[in-house]
Design a protein around this ligand. Structure first.
Ligand code: SF4
Length: 160
């Protein structure tokens, strides 16, 4: 009997995301400014694929380091959802989105295959339209993008 209940428990654990799928799917109500755009449609699909399980928290470095759920994929997905539904965009929102290194560490644990990276790009663009950055921040970001694009950093690291 303990063996049977053990197998059942394990089976239930493995099926956790499926059992909760219907009750946990994210409901969305995107604002007019984005709803019928390609970004809006892509974002809507990605938002609906998240089942809020929180498995990504266990593997995400910025959450592990800072201990704030808004610095995890699930928290950022929530922030982006709020923006796309018309909530005011704040510097705090932009900060949490900026802190993501796009390392994709969560991908090994996400049971729903949420395309968080694409959603983050959409969210960052919206935030940038509402919260202008200063010249210094733009210069820093431009330099990092240039380094990334030209692979100067890769070449530098490979030398050591
Ligand atoms: S992103 Fe994936 S792992 Fe994170 S809460 Fe959503 S479904 Fe779960």
């Amino acid at each position: 009997m303990p063996l049977v209940s053990g197998i059942l428990k394990r089976h239930q654990f493995l099926n956790w995301p499926l059992r909760h799928l219907h009750s946990s799917l994210m409901q969305t109500n995107l604002a007019d400014f984005i709803e019928h755009t390609p970004d809006g449609q892509a974002a809507d699909q990605i938002l609906r694929s998240c089942v809020h399980c929180g498995f990504c928290l266990a593997t995400y470095p910025t959450y592990q380091l800072l201990g704030d759920e808004l610095d995890s994929p699930r928290g950022r997905i929530y922030l982006i959802k709020q923006m796309l539904e018309g909530a005011p965009v704040t510097e705090k929102t932009q900060l949490h989105l900026d802190r993501c290194l796009t390392c994709r560490a969560y991908e090994t644990t996400c049971p729903s295959g949420v395309q968080y990276g694409h959603l983050l790009d959409i969210g960052r663009n919206i935030a940038a339209q509402h919260i202008p950055r200063g010249w210094w921040a733009n210069t820093q970001r431009g330099s990092v993008a240039l380094i990334e694009k030209t692979k100067i950093w890769d070449e530098h690291v490979r030398r050591f």
